[in-house]
Design a protein around this ligand. Sequence first.
Ligand code: HEC
Length: 90
Amino acid sequence: MSFRHLVLVVVIAMGAMPAVAADINARRLITDDCTGCHGNEVFSRQDRTVSSMPGLKARVRNCTAVAGVDWSTDEVRAVIEYLNERYYDF
Ligand code: HEC
């Protein structure tokens, strides 16, 4: 199998597993763009402020705005899903 074919197979496989791809992507986005003001500890601390899915969406939108990141709608959604799966569980 040539390298070009291998790349194609990997791309198709990733397309078939959007959740997994989104997870990896979201973790990287958070590490790269979201650690300027707080770390991951705010998502799991005892007195965390987010208490609902709409609240989480609003908070992430707010934070992406103040962070000045240039994320796509899909990237924002992937991060919200990742935070919910990993920390909040709404
Ligand atoms: C400019 C500073 C800043 C940056 C950059 C930032 N945040 Fe925040 N974030 C805050 C502040 C301030 C709070 C509220 C902390 C508190 O209540 O003590 C917060 C809280 C949060 C919470 C709620 C935690 C809880 O209490 O449940 C989430 C979720 C969150 N941020 C996500 C993000 C994400 C995703 C990014 C990356 C786009 C990000 N933040 C980057 C300032 C920032």
